[in-house]
Design a protein around this ligand. Structure first.
Ligand SMILES: *[C@@H]1O[C@H](CO)[C@@H](O)[C@H](O)[C@H]1NC(C)=O
Ligand SMILES: *[C@@H]1O[C@H](CO)[C@@H](O)[C@H](O)[C@H]1NC(C)=O
Length: 254
């Protein structure tokens, strides 16, 4: 019995010490009970091989990655990841099978890269939190990479978005939080968020909203989410006025 126990302790310690081995410039350790590989700010152009394959979180933020080819995580044997942080790289292209095999992935941060477009199935359908802030995405279209019914939080701030197709979010029915702050939206169709029955937070400030009659129906729908921070930019007479202070009748046709 004692022999087994001490053997067990020995095996656990041994496995732990192996887990801690990590190719430079990365370091691997337990953070909040998760095996975490940290490689941020180290001028990486590719994902290092021989990181701990048990890693649950991978921090690659502030590096020089330009693309994520197909099977890139499978090739370095990182299939146990739950969270991948690629914030502030130079990523332009992502293979539609880049995340293939990373079946536990829950949180994906692609913010502040150069992503203008992605193929439809690129974002795994099991991701819960997706951050796309600070990418040159111009439009949200139907049948796109946004197809996950379990996605709960979607961040698309500072992205140059000027159009959202009424059916763009038809499949992301589980969204609870959406942020579209600081884009180039002037109008939105009131049906855009109709499938998001669990929506709690919808942030829209920092867009050049054109408060004419074609925004009226959307504004009326949005009223229950409005925290009083969204403002009109045009017409001139309403520039800077918060939506919440306006009535439907203020949204007049030109
Ligand atoms: C809003 O979208 C619906 C559904 O696609 C469409 O029928 C309607 O014409 C659109 N409304 C406006 C003002 O574009
Ligand atoms: C709207 O208001 C902002 C801030 O007050 C100002 O910088 C901008 O020039 C105004 N835009 C127009 C079209 O008047």
């Amino acid at each position: 019995m004692w022999l087994l126990l001490s053997l067990g302790v020995f095996v656990v310690c041994f496995v732990n010490s192996v887990n801690a081995i990590c190719e430079s410039p990365c370091s691997c350790k337990l953070i909040n009970k998760k095996s975490t590989a940290t490689c941020s700010n180290t001028n990486l152009k590719t994902i290092p091989r021989s990181l701990d394959p048990n890693s649950e979180e991978l921090d690659l933020s502030h590096n020089l990655l330009t693309n994520l080819p197909d099977n890139v995580f499978r090739d370095v044997d990182l299939l146990n990841l739950q969270s991948i942080d690629l914030h502030a790289n130079k990523i332009e292209t992502i293979g539609e099978d880049a995340f293939r095999g990373v079946t536990n992935l829950r949180k994906l941060d692609l913010s502040d890269n150069r992503i203008a477009t992605m193929r439809p199935a690129t974002i795994p359908r099991w991701v819960l939190v997706l951050n796309l802030n600070g990418n040159p995405l111009k439009r949200l279209e139907p049948n796109s990479y946004l197809a996950s019914p379990v996605l709960r939080q979607l961040f698309v701030e500072r992205c140059e978005i000027d159009f959202i197709h009424p059916n763009a979010l038809l499949e992301t029915t589980g969204l609870q939080v959406i942020s579209l702050r600081h884009n180039r939206l002037k109008h939105l169709n009131e049906t855009v968020f109709k499938e998001q029955k669990q929506l709690v937070t919808l942030q829209l400030e920092g867009n050049p909203w054109d408060c004419d009659c074609s925004l009226r129906r959307f504004r009326d729908w949005y009223y229950k989410y409005d925290q009083g921070t969204v403002t009109c930019q045009s017409p001139n007479s309403l520039n800077g006025t918060v939506w919440k202070k306006l009535t439907s009748f203020d949204f007049v046709c030109k």
